[in-house]
Write a protein that binds this ligand. Structure first.
Ligand SMILES: [Zn+2]
Length: 420
C-alpha cells in the first residue's frame, strides 16, 4: 500500500478514536448505539473503536442498562485509572495542587498559603512544591510511577517551553526555567501555562464548556487575567499571551502598575493593588474598623476588607465597590471586542465577596451597549479555587487524549515526537 494511502487510513482511525473519546469526555458514559448516533459512524466501526479503546484501557465497562425490550445495553465510560496527572497552581499568596484522573475526577487537592510576592529563595520555593507533591501522592495512595505528567499554572507566561516571564506576582520565579526543574527532578513530561488560560481550560472540559462553544473566563485574584475559548478551543494568541485584560490601561497617568506602566486595571483593582492601598490607609487611620480587622503587621487582604465592610467600614465597602467597577469596565471592553455568548467570573477575589461581584455585574450592565450586553450570559465559576490547578493537570491530560504519540505525521516530523 502506498505510504500516503496508509497515512490517510491511520489518520482517519486516529481521528475517529479521538472523536469517540471526546464524546465520552464531554458527556460521560453511554452505549455503543448512542455513540454511533452521535458520531455518525456505523455500528461496526463503533464496535471496532470501542474494542480498541477497551484493550488500551482508556475506557471501561460501567454498567448494564435495562431496556423495555431486548438485551440490556452496555454503558461504557472513560477509565479514570488509565492516567493521572498532577496540576500545580502558583499564585502570589498560595500554592495549590491536585491530582486529576483520566475521567476528569479530582482525586485529591491541597493548598498552602505562602507569600510569594516577597523575595524568596527559589530552592525554598521548590522544596515547598516537592512537599506538596509528596503529600498529594500520599493522600491519593499513589506513587510517582502512577503519574503520567505534571502541569504547572503560573500568573504569567512561559517562553522557551518553560522559562517564566511576566510573573510580577512571584518575583522568585522570574526567568527561572520551571519546566526544566520539574522534568529533571521527576522525569515526567511537564507543561507550564498561564493560570488564567488554564482556568479557562478547566471550564472548557469540566464547567462552562459543557453549555457554550465559546466563552471568556476572568481570573480575579492578586492579579487580573482572562482566558479565551473560541469554538471549544483555547485561544492563546501568537505569542501565547492573549487575555492580559488586567494590563489594559483605563486611567491615563494612573497609579504605577507591576508591569512598569501606569493606570492598568491591575494597578487600580487587583488584589495586590487593594492590599497596598488599604495597608497605607490603615497606617494613617488606625481608628477605622478595618485596622482592627487586620492582624497587626500582616497587611490588609481582601478577606479583611470584606469583613470590615460587613462591620460598617465605609472605606472598605467603597474600595471594594470601586475595584469591582474598574474590573467591570475591563470585562465590558472585552465583551464589546469579542461578543461572547458567555462570560465566567472566577478567582479568589470573588469568594464570599458580594460587594465586588455586584459592582462588576452592575458596571457591565451599565457601560456595555445594550444590544451587545443582551447576547452575553454572565455567570460565576462552579469549579472554584482549584480551577487553575485542575487546568494545569488537564493540559497534560490533553496530550494523552490526543494520543499524539500515534499521530502518523510524526513519521515525517520526528522532532515533534521528541519534543513530547
Ligand atoms: Zn500593568
Amino acid at each position: 500500500m502506498p505510504y500516503s494511502q496508509r497515512g490517510d487510513q491511520n489518520y482517519l482511525k486516529l481521528y475517529n478514536r479521538r472523536k469517540v473519546l471526546g464524546i465520552f469526555r464531554a458527556q460521560g458514559g453511554m452505549s455503543r448505539v448512542e455513540l454511533s448516533r452521535q458520531t455518525g459512524l456505523d455500528k461496526k466501526s463503533i464496535t471496532n473503536i470501542t474494542k480498541e479503546l477497551l484493550d488500551k484501557q482508556q475506557i471501561r465497562f460501567e454498567r448494564l442498562e435495562k431496556q423495555k425490550a431486548g438485551r440490556p445495553k452496555e454503558i461504557l465510560a472513560l477509565n479514570g485509572g488509565h492516567a493521572r496527572c498532577i496540576g500545580l497552581d502558583f499564585g502570589g499568596s498560595h500554592i495549590t495542587g491536585v491530582i486529576l484522573d483520566f475521567a476528569g475526577k479530582v482525586l485529591c487537592s491541597d493548598s498552602v498559603e505562602v507569600n510569594l510576592r516577597e523575595p524568596l529563595d527559589p530552592d525554598l520555593f521548590f522544596s515547598i512544591c516537592s512537599l506538596m507533591i509528596d503529600n498529594l501522592l500520599l493522600r491519593a495512595s499513589l506513587t510517582m510511577a502512577d503519574i503520567s505528567g505534571i502541569g504547572i499554572a503560573i500568573p504569567g507566561h512561559s517562553v522557551n517551553n518553560g522559562q517564566a516571564v511576566l510573573v510580577e506576582n512571584i518575583p522568585c520565579l522570574k526567568n527561572v526555567d520551571i519546566r526544566r526543574y520539574f522534568r529533571k527532578k521527576y522525569q515526567k513530561p511537564v507543561l507550564v501555562g498561564d493560570c488564567s488560560q488554564l482556568m479557562a481550560l478547566a471550564e472548557l472540559h469540566l464547567g462552562a464548556g459543557r453549555s457554550a462553544e465559546s466563552f471568556l473566563v476572568f481570573d480575579l485574584g492578586l492579579g487580573i487575567g482572562c482566558g479565551i475559548v473560541i469554538n471549544q478551543a483555547l485561544y492563546t494568541g501568537i505569542g501565547g499571551k492573549a487575555g492580559e485584560v488586567g494590563h489594559t490601561i483605563v486611567q491615563k497617568d494612573g497609579p504605577p502598575c507591576s508591569c512598569g506602566r501606569r493606570g492598568c486595571i491591575e494597578s487600580l483593582a487587583s488584589g495586590w493593588a487593594l492590599h497596598a492601598t488599604a495597608s497605607e490607609y490603615v497606617r494613617l487611620h488606625p481608628e477605622d474598623v478595618l485596622a482592627k480587622t487586620a492582624a497587626p503587621g500582616e497587611g490588609v487582604t481582601i478577606k479583611h476588607l470584606v469583613q470590615a465592610a460587613a462591620q460598617g467600614s465605609e472605606y472598605s465597602a467603597r474600595l471594594l465597590k470601586n475595584a469591582g467597577e474598574f474590573i467591570g469596565i475591563g470585562i465590558s471592553n472585552a465583551i464589546s471586542l469579542l461578543n461572547p455568548p458567555l462570560v465566567v467570573l472566577g478567582g479568589r477575589m470573588l469568594m464570599d465577596n458580594p460587594i465586588v461581584l455586584d459592582a462588576i455585574s452592575d458596571t457591565i450592565r451599565r457601560v456595555t451597549i445594550d444590544v451587545i450586553y443582551q447576547d452575553t450570559v454572565i455567570s460565576v465559576s462552579s469549579i472554584g479555587a482549584n480551577a487553575s490547578a485542575i487546568g494545569a493537570a488537564l493540559q497534560n491530560m490533553d496530550r494523552i487524549y490526543q494520543m499524539e504519540e500515534e499521530d502518523p505525521s510524526h513519521e515525517k516530523h520526528p522532532q515533534r515526537a521528541l519534543a513530547l
